[in-house]
Design a binder for this molecule. Structure first.
Ligand code: 5GP
Ligand code: MG
Length: 177
C-alpha cells in the first residue's frame, strides 16, 4: 500500500518492512557482539515498542531477559513534556546491565524521565536502543547507543507506532502527508 488513511489523516509509505528488518538485524548483530557476558535485561517501553522488541528479541543469541514498562507522552501527533508512568518497573535492576528498547526517540523527554527512574535503582549500566531517531527534534544530551534508522521530523505511524491508538498493526512505516 502506498498510502493509508487513519481516522482524519492520510499517510504515505516511508520505510518498507524489509528495510525495517535489515536495520533490526544490524542492531541485533551489534548487541550480540557487544553484550557478551553481560546477561542484559531488555526493558521494552510500551506501547509503541512491542513489535520492534518482538522482532529484535528473536534475533538475540546471548543469554538475556525481557521486561516491560509503560510510559506515555504523546497526544495526537505531538510530543508533550509531561511523561506519565502507566506501568512501572517491577524488576530488581540493581547491578544489572539494562538495555532500554524504544520504538522512537523524538524530543528525548521520555528517555530522560526513564533514565531518572532507572538511575535511582543503581543498575550497573544502561544502554539505549531505539529503532528510529529524529536527530533534529532531540533536545537532550543522553547518549543513544544503538540507533536503527535516523528519520526527519515527520509524524509517522505503523510497525507499533500509532495515531490516536490506530495504525500500530501496519507492517511498514508511513509518514503523514
Ligand atoms: P519523546 O519523549 O522522545 O518526545 O517521544 C518519545 C515517544 O513519543 C516515543 O516512544 C513514541 O511513543 C512517541 N513518538 C515520537 N515520535 C513519534 C511519531 O512520529 N509517531 C508516533 N506515532 N509516535 C511518536
Ligand atoms: Mg515509545
Amino acid at each position: 500500500m502506498e498510502t493509508v488513511t487513519i481516522k482524519d489523516k492520510m499517510f504515505s509509505l516511508s520505510i518498507p518492512a524489509a528495510e525495517i528488518q535489515t536495520a533490526i538485524s544490524k542492531l541485533a548483530e551489534k548487541l550480540n557482539h557487544e553484550l557478551v557476558g553481560k546477561d542484559p535485561l531488555f526493558l521494552v517501553i510500551l506501547n509503541g515498542s512491542f513489535m520492534f522488541a518482538a522482532d529484535l528479541f528473536k534475533m538475540l543469541t546471548i543469554p538475556c531477559e525481557v521486561s516491560f514498562v509503560k510510559l506515555s507522552s504523546y497526544r495526537g501527533t505531538s510530543s508533550t513534556e509531561v511523561v506519565k508512568t502507566m506501568i512501572g518497573l517491577s524488576d530488581d535492576i540493581k547491578g544489572r546491565t539494562i538495555v532500554v528498547i524504544e520504538d522512537i526517540v523524538d524530543t528525548g523527554h521520555t528517555l530522560e524521565h526513564l533514565m531518572k527512574m532507572l538511575d535511582e535503582q543503581q543498575p550497573a549500566d544502561i544502554k539505549i536502543c531505539t529503532l528510529l531517531f529524529k536527530p533534529n527534534a532531540y533536545l537532550k544530551c543522553i547518549r543513544i547507543d544503538y540507533v536503527g534508522i535516523e528519520i526527519p521530523n515527520d509524524f509517522i505511524v505503523g510497525y507499533g507506532l500509532d495515531y490516536d491508538g490506530f495504525g500500530r498493526n501496519l507492517a511498514d512505516i508511513y509518514k503523514i502527508v
